[in-house]
Design a protein around this ligand. Structure first.
Ligand code: S3P
Length: 172
């Protein structure tokens, strides 16, 4: 069982539009713990992500993200990270020793989910090609931090969430 001294912590990582937020929210509900989306925290404190990238650059965003990840981990619960959080070595170090789930998704499945999205790293020509290239660049980092991998391409998000909950319960 979880107690204040032993907070349940489960971190979700993976490429943009892998379903980290929707799966994370469902997992947290099932486990009866808080859900934190670090992107949402950053937006609440610093404004829209495209503006942060445009006004201060990606390195500044990664600084804010690193701090948001550190705070969230110290609080515990289910935590969804932005797709690029793993590019930062200190953030990867913060994840060490925690349950980290890597959500994968195929490029075909992601095409629909990206429509209408406002992600600065995918703006411009051919967002799917960019998405693929960025995912390929980061694959090794996701694998490095992950304790388990689940694919979200086909199944309902609730089913994936249930499988993650079952996996997490086996760990404890
Ligand atoms: C980013 C992913 C985004 C957000 C920002 C940068 C990335 O989060 O953090 O736009 O570098 O992959 P999602 O993975 O939730 O789209």
């Amino acid at each position: 069982m979880t107690s204040a001294a032993d907070p349940l912590t489960l971190v979700l990582v993976g490429p943009m539009a892998a379903g980290k937020t929707s799966v994370g929210r469902r997992v947290a509900r099932r486990l009866g713990v808080e859900f934190v989306d670090t992107d949402k925290r950053i937006v609440a404190a610093h404004g829209p992500i495209p503006s942060i990238f445009a006004d201060h650059g990606e390195p500044h965003f990664r600084d804010l993200e690193r701090r948001a990840v550190a705070d969230a981990i110290s609080e515990g619960g289910v935590i969804s990270l932005g797709g690029g959080a793993v590019t930062d070595a200190v953030t990867r170090e913060l994840l060490r020793g925690h349950s980290v789930v890597f959500l994968t998704v195929s490029a075909e499945a992601v095409a629909d989910r990206l429509r209408g999205s406002n992600r600065p790293l995918l703006s411009g020509e051919d967002p799917i090609e960019r998405w693929k290239r960025i995912f390929d660049e980061r694959r090794g980092w996701y694998a490095e931090v992950a304790s388990a991998t689940f694919d979200t391409s086909r199944r309902p998000m609730q089913k994936i969430a249930d499988e993650i909950v079952a996996w997490k319960r086996e760990q404890r």
